[in-house]
Design a protein around this ligand. Structure first.
Ligand SMILES: [Zn+2]
Length: 103
């Protein structure tokens, strides 16, 4: 296992270190965050989905706080019918929360 790691260290001494390998850090795009819809189990970008969150025991449509479950717009009706949120949160989710999904 005598593999030599050949690294070009500044041999000359006088020369400056090349900074050409720094280009990668500039490549920064908006991260594509995807979540799984709790009804159809399809991965979709979070921006397209409705997030239901439980914050301090209260359920609401909230994009940031608490523990969340995602529903894609196509699944809203199905979610209401099947009570998919109850499964996701492992508890009874009030009807008015389901109603809010429609808005
Ligand atoms: Zn869905």
């Amino acid at each position: 296992m005598a593999k030599e790691i050949t690294r070009t260290r500044s041999k000359g001494g006088a020369g400056r270190a090349t900074k050409s390998d720094r280009v990668m850090s500039t490549e920064r795009r908006t991260p594509r965050v995807e979540r799984i819809c709790c009804v159809c189990r399809t991965k979709k970008p979070v921006g397209d989905m409705i997030r239901v969150a439980r914050v301090n025991g209260e359920f609401k449509i909230d994009k940031t706080n608490g523990r969340g479950a995602y529903v894609c717009p196509e699944c809203v009706e199905k979610c209401i019918k099947t009570r998919a949120l109850n499964r996701s949160f492992k508890t009874q989710v009030p009807q008015d929360v389901y109603d809010k999904l429609r808005t």
